[in-house]
Design a protein around this ligand. Structure first.
Ligand code: PEP
Ligand code: MN
Length: 361
């Protein structure tokens, strides 16, 4: 790929203000025709900055299609060249890196099942010593922010100067309409930890269902994500992997047309917003004041429990506290919100009492 087009990716990673980056292409590179047709149709629909395609597929269950392997690397490169667009693929070990670099890949990505393992991440980072190719790091399967930030840092420590994160959602044991729970808060946490790192959303792996890809993409834009990685296939139903969540190039074009992009104005420039934010700030201060008063009472109770030799945690009391406050509908709040809030308040109350009583021993 020409230097100029890769430069558009590295520039995007460096700029504080930018327009969202679009990465699209099939989940897996299946045949030379499939990836080339997908690439051409995508290009005809909407400008894409990077063509994606999985050559090695980390599948949860053995026996499913695990990627064509090395041979497909060249097919992806050829498809990218045909539409004059840089390409990216997933690498999960040093051998993948070697093959991908030899073939001339432009950007690498680290999959969710690899980010969970610092040994693999380190091995890949070592294999890239002295190469300085842009790397995209997907969030680990489970919501451990330290692993995500740690993987990014491992690449940076080995001299990779262009690293971005990909938010692809998290495994969750609770039933949901999504394949992977978005848990957007984790992206905010990553931003707080590494403010200079761009975060791209992968709505396809969050949604797991093609009917939900556009709404997840919109939420990502509403939340200020820096780009999208969308799986697309010329014939989604026939895809060899992730068939349910892939969308046609035409659907990618439609999605991009309908997506509302935001042009954030500085807070002070919008008076109505500034007024409402100031009201929120006042309410937040009141909440903190109420919690402070509540904690003083918790302290007094700790003294009584200590004096009377009572245990700190009382199951009945806990059930009452959480139970009484878990019916939020009356207050126009969700039950789950109140339950979580009061569980947290109770947890820190118990912690405070434990530390106070320990001190008197
Ligand atoms: C993929 O992008 O096709 C993929 C396997 O993603 P993840 O690592 O997010 O599951
Ligand atoms: Mn996939």
């Amino acid at each position: 790929m020409t230097k100029a087009s890769i430069q558009s990716i590295t520039n995007w990673m460096e700029q504080p203000t930018h327009s969202p980056l679009l990465i699209s292409g099939p989940c897996s590179v299946e045949t030379p025709e499939q990836v080339l047709d997908t690439a051409r149709q995508l290009k005809a629909q909407t400008p894409i900055s990077l063509l994606r395609g999985g050559v090695w597929k980390p599948r949860t269950k053995p026996g499913s299609f695990e990627g064509v392997g090395a041979e497909a690397m060249q097919w992806l490169i050829d498809a990218g060249r045909a539409i004059n667009t840089p390409v990216t693929t997933e690498v999960a070990n040093a051998q993948h890196v070697e093959i991908a670099l030899k073939a001339g890949v432009d950007v690498l990505w680290i999959g969710a099942r690899t980010t969970v393992n610092p040994f693999y991440v380190q091995e890949i980072a070592e294999a890239l010593r002295g190469v300085n190719i842009p790397v995209l790091v997907k969030n680990p399967i489970h919501a451990e922010i330290g692993l995500w930030a740690g993987a990014i840092e491992r690449f940076q420590n080995l001299g990779i100067s262009h690293v971005a994160a990909v938010h692809r959602g998290f495994f969750s044991s609770s039933k949901s309409m999504y394949r992977n729970a978005p848990d957007w808060q984790h992206s905010f946490d990553l931003r707080a930890l590494l403010p200079e790192i761009k975060i791209i959303c992968d709505p396809s792996h969050i949604a797991g269902d093609r009917g939900l890809v556009s709404e997840v993409s919109q939420v990502a834009m509403d939340l200020g994500m820096d780009g999208l990685m969308i799986e697309s296939h010329v014939s989604p139903d026939d895809a060899w992997s992730d068939a349910r969540q892939q969308i046609s190039p035409e659907a990618v074009g439609q999605l991009m047309k309908e997506l509302k992009f935001h042009n954030d104005v500085p807070i002070v420039a919008n008076e109505e917003l500034a007024q409402l934010r100031s009201e929120l700030d006042q309410l937040d201060a009141q909440i903190v004041d109420v919690l402070r008063k509540r904690m003083h009472i918790v302290e007094d109770i700790a003294n009584i429990k200590d004096r009377e030799g009572m245990s700190i945690f009382h199951m009945k009391r806990w059930m009452k506290l959480v139970g009484e406050h878990s019916n939020g509908s009356e207050a126009g709040l969700s039950d789950a919100f109140l339950k979580e809030l009061f569980s947290t308040i109770h947890k820190y109350s118990v912690e405070l009492q434990t530390s106070l009583i320990k001190k008197t021993k």
